[in-house]
Design a protein around this ligand. Structure first.
Ligand SMILES: Nc1ncnc2c1ncn2[C@@H]1O[C@H](COP(=O)(O)OP(=O)(O)OP(=O)(O)O)[C@@H](O)[C@H]1O
Ligand SMILES: [Mg+2]
Length: 590
């Protein structure tokens, strides 16, 4: 019942669809019994002496029998139509609402939830609700009518036969309710956990195949996948064994009407003078009881299906149960482009340690600041707080003196360009990829941005130039090339604030030189926060923030920091050595 109420909330304005389907299905299952009653009436006429039997009446009953049979089927068809409409509506709304929630979530949410996982959880679980609503619910409504129908038969036809019918139905329903209820639901949760685990491990396995091949490992190196499959197998076989006895009993009971009916008939014949009447009733009940059995059988797994549907909705709700970033009710507009961090701290959800701790600095408008430091020291985290991938837990981040939380998200995005650490292009044309930065850009503007980002040669290499679709038929771009295209996008966007996260990380020396040139064009006159691994690219910036374990260890320009002989000077020294080492090695092999 809870499941139904929950699913009903996804029905939107068409709340009547499902109840309508259930009522129609219930009526149709009652109607499905009427032809048998007419056949019984026909048989009764036939049993009469020739003088008493009325051929017209038999004819009429026959028509009625056919009419009600066809009517019942039509009603069932209508019920299924309504239930399908309801099911598709629920499925669509579950998907839509999940997507609406997801687009409001902090951008950082997509770090820990890959697009594949999000798609799988929403898609798989939304379609689970379909079978339940479209098929199982109408069948349930039909079979709920069964005890009522047998009660009806009990009074209309024969009290003892009716009672004999009611007994196995009630016993089967009680058995189903009591044994399958709680344990079934508990199992469903475990079952779906195991299934999800197996799916995730399978994806990991496929993703890891290149590594396995390179390192010459066998398939058994993927213990996790193997374990998840065995765990699933163990659980399912244990469950199957557990149900062996109750399910056998259940099937025997609901198919065993006839074992009850025959002794009742023998008893009745012993006590009745109307031998033919009892025989007629017996034949009638033997004809009609398999319908009861069939419709109850259909609902054998109903409880599990309801549990599965409820669990499916739960899973989607848990996935999207992250608070969206608060949006100011009375947003302020951006008044300047100076960036300030004031005592900002941030801990990733689920993590115990602060990724950044008490960070304070100010980048005056039009200046370029760089973040350097060891891997994991918090550089990316700082950069991400500017366009609100996440909000600082403590402290504030301001742009032009306004807290980023008070700026309307759309306006904030218009003022900030962000080049990611690992850029991925969309499976669309290059032009569409570039115009993401500015959908209204003219062709000339695009061409100019391509030239500024030194990307002409990448585009000339492609079969259809800017109109080439990326990601199909061998038109893939290298990591460095993708980053240069990301720079075209950022140049085209022309936002006054630029955040660059390791824009040179992927590139070879040739690419790096080109990217460096593109960056100069992109960042000219802008307020820039850049993260760089290659220290040569930060020599000329206005100020360098040296990060160490989430804190700013030093700050100053290149000359000042070298003079200070601290962390930066040491990093610079090591960097110089690594360059010399590379040159030395090259010379040796030349
Ligand atoms: N999505 C995340 N969830 C949980 N912890 C994270 C997440 N991203 C980063 N961290 C943790 O936060 C800390 C800072 O990470 P951050 O990505 O800011 O480092 P970084 O300086 O950019 O490193 P790199 O130079 O390798 O890119 C690290 O200890 C990291 O393990
Ligand atoms: Mg980083």
């Amino acid at each position: 019942m809870n499941t139904l109420l929950k699913l009903q909330t996804y029905m939107g304005s068409r709340k009547a669809l499902l109840p309508g389907a259930l009522v129609l299905s219930a009526i149709s299952s009652l109607m499905g019994m009427l032809p048998f009653i007419f056949i019984w009436l026909i048989a009764r006429e036939l049993f009469k002496s020739q003088a008493d039997a009325s051929p017209e009446l038999i004819n009429t009953y026959a028509w009625y029998a056919m009419g009600t049979a066809v009517g019942g089927v039509c009603l069932y068809f209508l019920a299924l139509m309504l239930s399908h409409l309801a099911a598709f509506r629920v499925e669509t709304n579950i998907r839509r609402q999940a997507m609406q929630k997801i687009v409001q979530l902090p951008l950082g949410f997509f770090d820990s939830n890959t697009s594949g996982r999000i798609r799988k959880i929403i898609d798989d679980n939304a379609s689970i609700t379909h079978t339940f609503l479209a098929h199982q619910m109408p069948d349930l409504a039909g079979s709920i009518m069964m005890p009522i129908a047998s009660l009806l038969l009990l009074f209309v036809f024969d009290f003892w036969f009716g009672l004999a019918c009611l007994f196995p139905i009630m016993a089967a329903l009680v058995l189903m309710g009591s044994t399958m209820g709680k344990r079934g639901r508990h199992f469903m949760k475990k079952y779906m956990d195991a299934l999800e685990e197996m799916n995730t491990e399978a994806v990991e396995y496929v993703r890891g195949i290149p590594v396995v091949k390179v390192f010459q490992q066998t398939v058994f190196s993927f213990k996790n996948l193997y374990n998840s499959i065995s765990q699933y197998k163990d659980m399912v076989s244990k469950f199957t064994k557990m149900w062996e006895k109750p399910v056998s009993a259940y099937i025997v009971i609901i198919n065993g009407f006839v074992y009850v009916l025959v002794p009742v008939a023998i008893l009745l014949m012993g006590h009745s003078s109307n031998f033919a009447g009892v025989l007629l009733n017996l034949i009638f009940f033997i004809l009609i009881t398999p319908i009861f059995a069939q419709s109850i059988m259909k609902n054998m797994h109903l409880d599990q299906a309801a549990g599965q549907a409820a669990e499916a909705v739960n899973r989607i709700e848990i996935l999207t149960h992250v608070d969206p970033l608060p949006v100011a009710s009375d947003p302020v507009s951006v008044r300047g482009h100076e960036i300030s961090f004031i005592g900002a701290c941030f801990t990733y959800p689920g993590s115990r340690e602060k990724a950044i701790d008490n960070i304070s600095f100010t980048i005056p408008e039009g200046r370029t600041y760089a973040l350097v430091g060891a891997s994991g020291s918090g550089k990316t985290t700082i950069a991400r707080l500017v366009p609100r991938f996440w909000d600082a837990d403590i402290g504030t981040v301001t742009i032009g003196g306004s807290d980023v939380k008070d700026i309307a998200p759309k306006e904030l995005m218009q003022h900030v360009s962000f080049v990611f650490q690992n850029t991925r292009l969309f499976k669309a044309t290059l032009l569409e990829n570039i115009c993401y930065g500015n959908p209204h850009a003219t062709d000339e503007a695009v061409e100019r941005a391509v030239d500024l980002a030194q990307c002409r040669e990448i585009i000339e290499k492609l079969p259809h130039g800017l109109r080439t679709k990326i990601g199909i038929e061998g038109t893939y771009l290298s990591g460095g090339e993708q980053q240069r295209i990301a720079l075209v996008r950022a140049i085209l966007k022309d936002a006054p604030i630029v955040v660059l996260d390791e824009a040179t990380a992927f590139s070879d020396p040739e690419n790096e030189h080109l990217i460096q040139k593109a960056l100069e064009k992109l960042t000219k006159g802008k307020t820039v926060l850049t993260i760089a691994h290659r220290l040569t690219s930060v020599v000329d910036v206005d100020s360098i923030l040296v990060m160490d374990a989430g804190k700013i260890a030093e700050q100053g320009n290149h000359r000042e920091l070298i003079h200070r002989q601290g962390t930066y000077a040491r990093m610079w020294h090591e960097y110089q050595q690594s360059i010399q080492w590379t040159i030395g090695k090259d010379v040796q092999y030349a």
